[in-house]
Write a protein that binds this ligand. Sequence first.
Ligand SMILES: [Zn+2]
Length: 123
Amino acid sequence: MEPYELLDPDCPDAIAFGKATEAEVAIEGLVGEAAFRESLGRINVKALEHKKACARCRSFTPHSVPRDERSPVWGGATLGLLAGLVAGFFRPNYWATVLLSVAIGAIVGFVVGGLSWLLRRPR
Ligand SMILES: [Zn+2]
């Protein structure tokens, strides 16, 4: 986890220094990937200081997102597998039906996971 992720995404001070740092890097003529990495490095240094100085960010606890992001895919695939094992009996090609159901379940799980990530993302 990057230090900037420890800050409250809605903290006005944190947003201000984040924007200021990006502007600073842009003025120095960096673009694209190089600019992104340079501002991230600087923001992380400031984030560590800010975390100690700001009451709002000190009380903020980041929730670990990556774990919940993956589970809908496995949940979907598992449901697809169960549905496929049953549906396969009624279809000409049993295992092709099972595989297709698992794939559809995983894709549905992936879409559901993606949507919930979009909704939870700080704007
Ligand atoms: Zn703050």
